[in-house]
Design a protein around this ligand. Structure first.
Ligand code: ZN
Length: 191
């Protein structure tokens, strides 16, 4: 099932997600739906709050970054994964700028500085615990999605000038005054 993606302005995007039971049937179903919803919107990552659920789950699929197989030095083409109850343990390496966007904040993009590496532990759908370090674009997507389950949006990391420039667009998104190719749920349309 494809969920509508919750738009900027909805309080669920500002809440810290709660832990889930990785082996529960509803978790498995939700993860399936999250992959489907992300693919439908051509995203590279999606976190549970973006489908209106304040839970610590996110999915990533970085194949969208790959233009040709030969250019896939980071192994992005087959990096498709679910992170359940992730805990960020460390960030390391030189901070670098990368232009980020977000399915909940269409048409707003901006350069965000984040450390090159991230180390986290998380569970898979079998409840097995993993402890892994990622770098480059994999780390970038994970850091962005991890922020979501902490109630943080990438726009908070923008420079003060870029933040000011984005204000009008953000207001329009929250009011539902935007055209998007995928289905969204706007804060005002709920009432
Ligand atoms: Zn996002």
């Amino acid at each position: 099932m494809v969920y509508p993606i919750v738009a900027y302005g909805d309080p669920v995007l500002r809440k810290r997600g709660e832990e889930v039971d990785p082996q529960a049937e509803e978790t498995r179903k939700m993860v399936e739906d999250m992959f489907e919803t992300m693919e439908n919107a051509h995203g590279v990552g999606l976190a549970a709050p973006q489908i209106g659920k304040s839970l610590r789950i996110f999915v990533v699929d970085t194949s969208g970054f790959v233009e040709s197989e030969e250019a896939d030095e980071e192994g992005l083409a087959d990096f498709r994964k679910v992170f359940i109850n992730p805990v960020k343990e460390d960030e390391d390496g030189e901070p670098w700028l990368f232009e980020e966007g977000c399915l909940s904040i269409p048409e707003v993009r901006g350069e965000v500085s984040r450390p090159e590496q991230v180390t986290l532990r998380y569970q898979d759908l079998e409840g097995k615990e993993h402890h892994e370090t990622y770098g480059g674009l994999k780390a970038r997507v994970i850091q962005h999605e991890y922020d979501h389950i902490e109630g943080v949006l990438f726009t908070e990391h923008l420079s003060p000038l870029r933040k000011r420039m984005a204000q009008k667009k953000l207001k329009n998104i929250a009011a539902g005054k935007i055209k998007v190719s995928y289905r969204m749920q706007f804060p005002k349309s709920k009432r």
